[in-house]
Design a protein around this ligand. Structure first.
Ligand SMILES: C[S@@+](CC[C@H](N)C(=O)[O-])C[C@H]1O[C@@H](n2cnc3c(N)ncnc32)[C@H](O)[C@@H]1O
Length: 339
């Protein structure tokens, strides 16, 4: 048996960072991770910590439902996964003969079966294999099956351990205060964490600028921002007097565009490709001037993406600092200077 308690916690999408902090406040030794689908966190606590009870007895804002999880198993999209999940649940040996139970499934992703198929088929399989009694109205135990594409989080717990709390936030910002993108937080974090000084007379080149979160923040600090993106820049950002919008790819920037005091790059490209563009555009940047780039983790091999990008960037840049910022999701941020 694992020496950790595992939970799936649902939280309001977009508030994952705040929810993580809240959960760490409730269970200080908890390890809290984002799942690939927004609004879902996987929490691991020491065996002695019962997150369901703690969350139930404490005031919370971001915690929604809490499902105790016994195991995470790999599944395919085929219907055979239901029998496989059944076998895994039987192996847990937590459902006894005569116990009243219900299967609750939530499925995310594409599969050849529905959540209802899982609830129905798994329910009747477990009745046969464990001698337990399916009871939708008054179950003693809940069999949880939470599917995230090729992962099934499974658990068998007392019904009272599935906690459902009222989420107390719905809107993050007051009318008019909402950032254009989560990216706005990212650029603010990067400026702070890397100690980036942006002066009033700076000319900034913003690559992959749309919809315009970074441009908006940069335009409030610098003298001039040239925002480059084939996608549309938000009209309110486009209208800012010190923003020039080039509706083109970074590879198509005109040669006579002038020199810059800062280049930032949030293009959603393969990191090596993005790094090559940074190298090709380095001539626009003054010597020693700073640059920022997000490295998008297009695969799970994060270290490889960082290493490959830095290897390419080395041709024109130096003083690298790599930092995963709180608002970086499937990416990390690199600070560097023109060599
Ligand atoms: C994550 S979004 C950028 C968000 C932006 N930083 C903000 O604050 O709103 C990535 C952008 O990169 C742009 N992009 C992708 N390839 C590009 C290229 N070769 N040149 C310029 N922009 C590119 C996409 O059109 C997309 O708008």
């Amino acid at each position: 048996m694992s020496n950790r308690n595992m939970y799936l916690v649902t939280v309001p999408a977009g508030f994952e960072s705040e929810a993580k902090e809240e959960i760490r406040g409730l269970a200080p030794n908890a390890c809290v991770r984002n799942l690939f689908f927004k609004g879902n966190l996987l929490v691991e606590c020491p065996r002695s910590v019962d997150l369901s009870s703690i969350a139930e007895t404490n005031e919370t804002v971001y915690v929604g439902k809490i499902f105790p999880i016994d195991k995470v198993v790999k599944i395919s999209k085929s219907r055979e996964s239901i029998a496989y999940i059944h076998d895994e649940i039987v192996q847990l040996d937590k459902l006894r003969k005569g116990e009243r139970f219900v299967v609750r499934c939530r499925r995310r992703g594409k599969h050849e079966f529905t959540s209802q198929d899982v609830e129905r088929e798994l329910g009747s399989m477990l009745e046969k294999s464990c001698g337990a009694l399916a009871d939708l109205r008054n179950p003693q135990k809940i069999v949880t099956v939470q599917i995230f594409q090729n992962k099934a989080l499974i658990g068998v717990s007392e019904a009272s351990k599935i906690v459902e709390k009222k989420i107390k936030v719905f809107k993050k910002y007051k009318h008019g205060e909402r950032p254009l993108t989560r990216a706005e937080h990212k650029i603010r974090e990067a400026i702070k964490i890397f100690g980036l000084e942006i002066k009033r007379d700076f000319r900034v080149l913003d690559l992959g600028a749309a919809p315009g979160g970074w441009t908006k923040v940069l335009a409030s600090l610098a003298g001039k921002v040239v925002a480059v993106d084939p996608a549309d820049l938000n009209s309110s950002v486009k209208a800012l007097p010190n923003v020039t919008y080039l509706k083109c790819k970074a590879e198509e920037i005109p040669k006579n565009i002038g020199r810059f005091d800062l280049i930032v790059n949030d293009m959603n490209l393969d990191p090596s490709e993005s790094a090559r563009i940074m190298v090709n555009l380095a001539g626009f940047l003054k010597k020693g001037a700073p640059a920022l780039m997000t490295i998008k983790f297009v695969t799970r091999n994060r270290k490889k993406h960082i290493a490959e990008a830095l290897e390419i960037l080395k041709a024109e840049y130096k003083d690298f600092k790599v930092k995963r910022l709180p608002h970086n999701r499937y990416e990390t941020t690199v600070f560097m200077r023109k060599a």
